[in-house]
Design a protein around this ligand. Sequence first.
Ligand code: PHE
Length: 326
Amino acid sequence: MAKNEAELEEFRLKFISRKSVITDLFGEMKNIAAEDRKEFGVVLNDLKDSAQTKFKELIADLKSSSASPTESAVDLSLPPVPNELGTIHPLTITRRRFIEIFERMGFNISEGPEIEDDWHNFTALNFPENHPAREMQDTFFIEKNPDVALRTHTSSVQVRVMENKKPPIRTLSPGRVFRNEAISARAHCVFHQMEGLYVDKNVSFVDLKQTLYHFAKEMFHQDTKVRFRPSFFPFTEPSAELDISCQICHGDGCNICKYSGWVEIGGTGMVDPNVLENCGIDSNEYTGFAFGMGIERIAMLKYQIKDLRLFTENDIRFLRQFKSFS
Ligand code: PHE
């Protein structure tokens, strides 16, 4: 049997080609006595036929042996290749870290429905009827009069917690929120927020600031700077927007922080007394602070992700990069 193409070719040259030994023998025909020539011819033709038959067999054998290679056959005695584990989604990693930081400060977790009524999403939170803030949030309404909508923020969970529990309250509410916004690298119509609420006797703005300072340093870096900008929300008074020093350029200026060195990560403020009263909590006895932060925004800064759409595209090359963080 021919072991390879080279041996097959060797056989072809020796027995089949026009310069083969068989051709040479045919050339001997003229030297054969006339009465023996016929017999010589018959034998030679037989020889030629069997050489050709053998050649075809060799081709077929070589083909079938390369189709089922014996040397690289599967070794069934080897242990199986282990199944690779997936990675944890960066938003999950960020949410878990968030919870870890706040659990150490005595916060528990509470959740509420994604489909909300007007009371919990707006009215109890001190949004007056026809207040422009209602439109500001670009709500996805499911029903009108009475209104039912996809919640526009996790502040709705604050109301549910305060309605059902008396202070002291220290709670963290992670969840999906929905706003009618065009999808881009920086915005999406579905994203995640982390709400925080702390209600007790004598809670002040000092507690708010110190808690969020601590959070920023734990989540990012001990050198991370925090800045509060005066702002407005119907449910907090006073209100502030929370900025941290840019985690991409560290203050040197880049297109993520628009060369300002600061990036907004959420809103915060002291719970408006009207909200406490709406939820059955005596605002003369208790005060509180609240905050709401975007989980995507925090994950983007933490892992230097420049396009928010990557979180929902399920591109395995993106997700695999979080293996070491899981
Ligand atoms: N709910 C606000 C938002 O979605 C954030 C916020 C929460 C502000 C709590 C103040 C207090 O923009």
